[in-house]
Write a protein that binds this ligand. Structure first.
Ligand code: AMP
Length: 180
């Protein structure tokens, strides 16, 4: 007789609330990158992951961040963000925001998209109140940091999504400065 040892999201150490939201979204079984990447992040380690599009990467980095934010008390401080996700293109940034909102379920989560090519006003206003997650393309983010419209001293999570593409696109200077 053979047994299939399939791990569930709760086996990986995620809370009942997050597992409930995942269930609702139709995520019952972690994908391979989620299986490998979630536990070390929950224990506070940095990771580098490589997987194809469609492999569930967004949830692999998003779920540990949501789990961490859920444990924090109070609201984010004005001008700060708890997590920062950098992506090479606006399309990818928009997609990440959608996935995070789905994963968050009923959890209160303030996110803001910081993208070039659109007016800064609305982005700046949201950040002024303080947010949980900024999802940004590097150029516009650097502008806001340079102008002190966003302060990164409370930021505990940094994600470089599609880091290889971001560097190919010449964002190395902005990424280095933001990471520092
Ligand atoms: P990504 O690789 O992050 O772009 O995810 C690709 C697609 O897979 C997205 O539509 C996700 O909503 C979906 N997805 C991610 N993880 C799971 C999972 N564990 N079970 C079912 N669908 C998933």
């Amino acid at each position: 007789m053979s047994y299939l040892l399939t791990k569930s999201f709760s086996d990986l150490g995620l809370s009942a609330q997050l597992v409930g939201a995942l269930d609702k979204a139709g995520f019952t079984t972690p994908t391979p990158i989620q299986l490998k990447a979630i536990p070390p992040q929950l224990s506070g380690r940095d990771i580098m992951g490589i997987a194809q599009t469609g492999s569930g990467k967004t949830a692999a980095f998003g779920l540990p961040i949501l789990a961490g934010i859920a444990e924090l008390k109070g609201r984010p401080a004005p001008l700060t963000t708890r997590a920062l996700i950098l992506a090479p293109t606006r399309e990818l940034a928009v997609q990440i925001d959608e996935v995070l909102r789905t994963l968050a379920g009923p959890m209160r989560l303030a996110t803001v998209l910081v993208l070039g090519g659109v007016a800064r006003g609305a982005q700046v206003q949201k950040i002024a109140r303080g947010v949980d997650v900024v999802i940004a393309t590097p150029g516009r983010l650097k502008d806001l940091v340079d102008d002190r419209k966003l302060v990164l001293n409370q930021t505990r999570w940094l994600v470089l999504d599609e880091a290889d593409r971001m560097l190919d696109m010449g964002f190395i200077g902005a990424v280095r400065q933001i990471a520092a």
